[in-house]
Design a protein around this ligand. Structure first.
Ligand SMILES: C[S@@+](CC[C@H](N)C(=O)[O-])C[C@H]1O[C@@H](n2cnc3c(N)ncnc32)[C@H](O)[C@@H]1O
Length: 284
C-alpha cells in the first residue's frame, strides 16, 4: 500500500470510534501472554491502542500498561471504557511507567512516542503495526524499549479453513476481509511488519509467529457492524460500501451457520513477536 493510501486508512477509525468500541473483538489472553513471555518486566506500551481492546486484556493480565493513540475520538472511547486510563502529560509519563496500576492513556503515535528512553519492557500493537511507518517508528519503538525488550503485533484472524468463513471472505472482498485477516495468509502478510524498509538498519531480531484460538459472539447484524469498522470500508465511497455490506448481509442470511441468532465467529489471535537487539546504530 502506498504511503498516502496507508495514511488515509490508518486515520479512518476515529469516524467510527463508538461502533469500533462496540463491535470489534478483544484478543485471546493466551496470545497476549505468549507475546509478553520473554519480557523482563511488567511495563507494557499498547501502541495504537484505539478504543482499548488490547489494553483491557493487558490490564486483566496484570500488566502495567500505558496506552498511546493518535486519534482523539478513539482515545476518548478508550478513556470511557477504562476510566483508570486518565490523560497524562508527557512530563508525568516517567513516573507513570514506574507506577504499578491499571492503565494510563496518552495522545501520541508510533513515530513520536511520548515516553522516555528504555522505559518499557514490551511494546504491543493490536491490529496497528501495519499502519506504522516503520522507518521512523522502528527506531522510536527501539528507543522506548529496554535492551532485549519485546515488540509484538497482534491480529485477530478469521479461521478460513471453514467453508462458510472462506465463503464470507470471497463475498466480502479484500476491503472488508484482507489477506492479513485470514488464518491461512496472515503469517506471510505480517512476517516483515517489524522491519524498517530497504537499506535501513534493523533494530529487532528474527520474528516468531504463533496463533491462539479465539472467538467472537456475533449475530448476522453485529458481524456486519464489525466488518463495517474495517479501514477498507470506512474509506469506501458510500454507494460501494452499502453494496458491499448488502452482499455480506445476504450471504449471512443464506448460510445455516449464521442465519439465525447468535453464533461464535471462529477466529484466532495471531502474534508476531520480535526482540529488540541489544545494540544497533540508532544515529542514522
Ligand atoms: C485497527 S485499530 C486497532 C486499535 C486497537 N489496538 C485494537 O486492538 O482494537 C488501529 C489503530 O491504530 C491507530 N494508528 C494508526 N496509525 C498509527 C500510528 N502511526 N501510530 C500509532 N497508532 C496509529 C489508529 O488510530 C487506530 O486506533
Amino acid at each position: 500500500m502506498a504511503g498516502d493510501e496507508r495514511l488515509l486508512h490508518a486515520s479512518s477509525f476515529g469516524a467510527a470510534a463508538a461502533a469500533y468500541a462496540e463491535h470489534r473483538p478483544d484478543y485471546a489472553q493466551a496470545a497476549v501472554r505468549w507475546a509478553l513471555e520473554p519480557a523482563s518486566g511488567p511495563r507494557v506500551l499498547d501502541l495504537g491502542a484505539g478504543t482499548g481492546k488490547l489494553t483491557a486484556v493487558l490490564v486483566a493480565l496484570g500488566a502495567d500498561v500505558i496506552a498511546v493513540e493518535p486519534d482523539p475520538a478513539m482515545l476518548a472511547e478508550l478513556r470511557r471504557a477504562l476510566p483508570a486510563a486518565r490523560a497524562l502529560s508527557a512530563a508525568r509519563a516517567l513516573s507513570a511507567v514506574r507506577a504499578l496500576s491499571a492503565a494510563r492513556a496518552l495522545p501520541g503515535s508510533a513515530e513520536a512516542i511520548p515516553l522516555p528512553d528504555a522505559s518499557v519492557d514490551a511494546v504491543l500493537a493490536g491490529h496497528a503495526l501495519h499502519w506504522f511507518d516503520m522507518a521512523i517508528a522502528g527506531p522510536e519503538i527501539a528507543r522506548v524499549l529496554v535492551p532485549g525488550g519485546i515488540l509484538a503485533g497482534l491480529w485477530n484472524v478469521f479461521d478460513d479453513r471453514l467453508d462458510w468463513v472462506a465463503g464470507l471472505e470471497r463475498v466480502s472482498g479484500s476491503a472488508a476481509i484482507g489477506p492479513r485477516d485470514l488464518l491461512t495468509r496472515w503469517r506471510a502478510e505480517t512476517a516483515d511488519a517489524h522491519l524498517p524498509g530497504i537499506g535501513l538498519i534493523a533494530q529487532f531480531g528474527s520474528p516468531e509467529q504463533a496463533e491462539f484460538p479465539h472467538g467472537h459472539r456475533r449475530t448476522a447484524d453485529s458481524l456486519v457492524a464489525t466488518l463495517a469498522t474495517k479501514a477498507g470500508l470506512l474509506v469506501m465511497p458510500d454507494q460501494e460500501r452499502a453494496a458491499t455490506l448488502g452482499r455480506i448481509r445476504a450471504y449471512l442470511a443464506a448460510r445455516p451457520e449464521t442465519a439465525r441468532g447468535e453464533f461464535t465467529l471462529p477466529m484466532l489471535t495471531g502474534v508476531l513477536r520480535v526482540r529488540r537487539l541489544r545494540t544497533f546504530d540508532n544515529t542514522g
